[in-house]
Design a protein around this ligand. Structure first.
Ligand SMILES: [Zn+2]
Length: 428
């Protein structure tokens, strides 16, 4: 790598000092404050730090931290990788990530969906991964459509390679102005934000869900496309042919070879993340046989899926921040175990909890359910309407103490998750 200009070097050094001070005084991991200090001194620092590196940006509503981690793990097979491992996914976090690994030839950056156009522009990243778009907190379909439109503009006319989930119509639309795209069939369990064609507003037909008149044969959808196929009924916009396919517990690569994933991270969503990571690794020249063993080494990501223990009770922590995330978390639950649900409504969670009504909780029937968090009464009302029996607890500690010894699953939204992690100390 070429040497940074003096001003950029100074900005980097002072930023790292600020980050260290923040860490030692217990104010967090310091990556955001360090990046901010650096950017004040040298506003063009991110572009300079990104220059000369092989960069991948990762964006989505859900799964970006995990996918960033999986791609980083894979690319470490090729050399040093700079990454924002702790989810500081705006430009200050990117500056911090790149300046703390100044000589790493590779970089994998998680990017907030709204900042993606700016970060594409600044870093000139050659590879961009786009996985899913759905309502988050108080967003609604119109807002994520605007977001996808901004992605389209940011990608148009650039020499960028995109790896995108072809099963998500809005992501497909957002990615399709890119010069080249690797389409991955990574699935889309949450469909509530994509019943309309992003191109023309017409209805989207989905395989197995479209109206078929009695007595007629076939559905018009192409054969062999599987349950994830979709097509607009009124214009030509339809799902592109994927070259990578997530097929239950395996990935089928572009040559038709089937690779059983066998990763440690649980659930369908993480297998989808792994499929995207393998397709991305191949763009960097890393074949599946070398990338996949690296993905299997990842056990937990920023505390997710780890277990905290107290008095013989082992609580596995699942983070879910929005309706699509809750759906994916339900998929990970062990049906034989009780579950504790914790919901807060602080700034990072969104103050309004009306999104709780978008989630179908009936899957929780038949197991012991405990409800806690600052907004436990909001969730309790929702469960009551869904006929899901539950018990209220005043705190997570109380909910955990009510369990028999052994395992319990926990689903918590952002600040509830962080509270549990900090109160229960280091994960085991
Ligand atoms: Zn259409």
């Amino acid at each position: 790598m070429t040497q940074l200009p003096l001003r950029a070097q100074l900005a980097t050094a002072l930023g790292r000092t600020a980050a260290t001070l923040s860490r030692v005084t217990g104010r967090g991991d310091g990556s955001v404050i360090g990046g901010r200090v650096s950017l004040v001194l040298e506003p063009d620092l991110l572009r300079k730090l990104a220059h000369d590196r092989k960069l991948a940006l990762v964006s989505a509503t859900n799964g970006k931290t995990t996918t960033t981690r999986l791609i980083t793990s894979a690319l470490s097979e090729l050399g040093d990788v700079a990454t924002n491992a702790f989810g500081a996914n705006m430009p200050a976090g990117h500056v911090s990530a790149l300046s703390s690994a100044k000589h790493a030839p590779y970089g994998v950056l998680e990017v907030d969906e709204k900042y993606l156009p700016e970060v594409i522009d600044t870093t000139g990243a050659g590879v961009i991964c786009l996985m899913n778009l759905s309502r988050d907190q108080m967003d609604r379909a119109g807002e994520i459509w605007l977001l996808a439109q901004k992605w389209r503009r940011a990608l148009a006319g650039r020499n960028t390679h995109v790896i995108a989930n072809a099963d998500d119509p809005l992501v497909t639309w957002g990615a399709s102005t890119a010069a080249s795209v690797t389409w991955v069939s990574a699935g889309q369990p949450w469909k509530e934000d994509s019943w309309c064609c992003p191109q023309c507003g017409g209805p989207l037909d989905r395989k197995g869900m479209e109206y078929v008149p009695p007595g007629s044969m076939g559905s018009g959808a192409p054969s062999g496309a599987g349950e994830n196929d979709w097509a607009c009924r009124e214009c030509t916009f339809r799902r592109p042919e994927p070259s990578w396919i997530l097929d239950d517990d395996a990935v089928i690569d572009p040559r038709g070879q089937r690779w059983v994933l066998d990763i440690q991270l649980p659930g369908r969503a993480n297998r989808a993340n792994a499929a995207i990571a393998l397709a991305t690794a191949e763009v960097f020249g890393l074949p599946v046989e070398r990338a996949l063993p690296r993905l299997r080494e990842v056990r937990s990501v920023a505390g997710r899926y780890t277990t905290v223990e107290r008095d013989g009770r082992h609580a596995r922590l699942l983070l879910a921040k929005n309706p699509a995330g809750w759906l994916e978390a339900f998929d990970v639950l062990d049906a034989s175990l009780p579950v504790i649900l914790s919901v807060n409504a602080q700034g990072p969670d969104g103050r309004d909890t009306s999104w709780l009504w978008d989630v179908d909780y009936r899957v929780l029937r038949g197991r012991p359910v405990f409800v806690t968090g600052e907004r436990r009464l909001d969730l309790a009302l929702r469960l009551d309407v869904a006929d899901v029996p539950f018990q209220l607890a005043n705190s997570f500690e109380q909910a955990l103490a009510a369990q028999p010894s052994g395992k319990v699953d926990v689903i918590a939204n952002y600040t509830a998750f962080q509270q549990i992690r900090s109160e229960f100390g280091r994960a085991v």
